[in-house]
Design a protein around this ligand. Structure first.
Ligand code: NAD
Length: 442
């Protein structure tokens, strides 16, 4: 099929490249000229495992091309995906200006039947708004459907190619058939869930808010475990083996970040209050998550008494491993918090350093190193904010030798407390007693 993808960010680029690999003819369009030039040269502007190889392969096969011209992209397109940003706007409601602007620009270009697909995460009612914008200038028939994306950064190619489900919201049989044909190479029998538009739009917010709830609930259990001398890892195993609960998303830590959970929980809360409903759990999730991002600083203050003049190494800047995305990353708040307390920070991340350095350009007290051991050299303590594999595989003797004081505050529970105690560290983690042995299944 001929496919156009508008917006080549994490979702649009991954989706575009994957659809090209599936055998479709794809044209991606973005207003960012530098990004388009980079992509035309076969390079990805973002870090996402496996993406660059697939990009090179699909360019080589002439299955994908990149342009800054919307009219060029949609010429002959049967399906047009909108993968545009929906950042938090006023009162936390999703800012729909990117989507609606493209819908307006798209109107006069609709000169043959096409299916326009909302891939972005958008509130209930958006597909109808897009439809109205396009209808004002369209010269041919078209349909708008909602098809929210559930990929995870860091696993985006895998998730797009092997989805748990594909949600399609729309009442036009013709449009639904087009999408079924488009997804046929990857969606197995029964994996496509067709529903009404409003339910599809709400499904995406419900999914992200539910996952944020699960994470946050475990973070509160961890905080309570700290007070009671229990081990959250043991509790996680204990409850995660219950099928009704499931073992995923139960890892305690320093809160969720990224470009999706924070904005989507906020946007759903806003949708609820606009509908006259007080969604109490969502407000609590947001409050608890904001508090959890301060957890390592609270622990360090308790340990040191005063953080003034302390040199803190920070491993992990991305909001999660295997991405260079720092949007709403807990590490950013930790840096701000430490600087406010009079500490200095030396940051390291395998992929997100350049983005973080740009975000803190000109800010005194924070520097970055390109080597993880160089970052800890002479530091009074190490904070860990992202669970990259390279940190888990750290050489503990080398780490201890590099630190001025062998103190580690681990916000992602990547080491065993008993191992760290044996290695001579003062080691503090989330919801696990100092020196605790690993819970085991026998
Ligand atoms: P992004 O910011 O990485 O990418 C958006 C792209 O759109 C950018 O490259 C930008 O230059 C481009 N753009 C902006 N205006 C444009 C215009 N007028 N014409 C063409 N291109 C334009 O965003 P993202 O992370 O890919 O997210 C896109 C949507 O998908 C959001 O609604 C997000 O909530 C949702 N989503 C994101 C993820 C994720 O993991 N990032 C997962 C599922 C859903």
């Amino acid at each position: 099929m001929n496919v156009a993808v508008v917006g080549t960010g994490y979702v649009g680029l991954v989706g575009g490249v994957c659809m090209a690999d599936m055998g479709h003819q794809v044209v991606c369009v973005d207003i960012d000229e530098a990004k388009v030039r980079t992509l035309q040269a076969g390079k990805t502007p973002i870090y996402e495992p496996g993406l660059e190889e697939l990009l090179e392969k699909t360019i080589e096969a002439n299955a994908i091309s990149f342009t800054t011209s919307l009219s060029e992209a949609v010429k002959g397109a049967e399906v047009v995906f909108l993968a545009l940003p929906t950042p938090p706007g006023e009162n936390g409601a999703a800012d729909l200006s990117y989507i609606l602007k493209v819908a307006e620009d798209l109107g006069p270009l609709v000169d043959h039947y096409m299916v326009i697909v909302d891939k972005s995460t958008v509130p209930v009612g958006t597909a109808q708004m897009v439809r109205e914008k396009i209808a004002a200038q369209a010269q041919a028939d078209f349909d708008v459907v909602s098809n929210p994306e559930f990929l995870r950064e860091g696993h985006a190619v895998h998730d797009f190619m092997q989805p748990d489900r594909v949600v399609i919201g729309g009442s036009s049989e013709r449009a639904v058939q087009s999408l079924r044909e488009l997804y046929r190479p990857i969606a197995h029998e029964g994996q496509i869930i067709v529903m009404d538009e409003a339910s599809a739009e709400l499904t995406k917010y419900a999914a992200n808010s539910f996952l944020a709830t699960k994470v946050t609930f475990m973070n509160e259990i961890a905080n309570l475990a700290d007070l009671l001398g229990a081990n959250v890892e043991a509790v996680r195993l204990g409850i995660g083996s219950d099928d009704r609960i499931g073992s995923k998303f139960l890892q305690a830590g320093i809160g969720y970040g990224g470009s999706c959970f924070p904005k989507d929980v906020q946007a759903l809360l806003n949708t609820a209050s606009s509908a006259g409903y007080e969604f109490k759990t969502l407000q609590a999730i947001m409050d608890v998550n904001a508090r959890q991002k301060q957890r390592l600083i609270e622990m360090a203050e308790k340990h040191f008494g005063d953080l003034r003049g302390k040199r803190i190494a920070l491993w992990g800047l991305a909001f999660k491993p295997d991405t260079d995305d720092i949007r709403e990353a807990p590490a950013l708040e930790i840096i701000h918090g430490l600087l406010e307390k009079g500490a200095t920070v030396v940051g390291y991340d395998p992929e997100a350093e350049a983005n973080t350095e740009r975000a803190f350009a000109g800010k005194a007290g924070v520097t970055f190193e390109e080597d993880m051991y160089q970052a800890v050299s002479g530091a009074d303590a190490l904070f860990i904010a992202t669970e990259w594999n390279v940190f888990e595989a750290a050489d503990l003797a080398r780490l201890k030798a590099a630190l001025a004081q062998p103190v580690v505050f681990d916000g992602r529970n990547i080491f065993e407390p008993s191992d760290m105690a044996r290695a001579g560290f003062e080691y503090f983690s989330i919801g696990r007693p100092v020196g605790a042995a690993e819970p085991k299944k026998v």
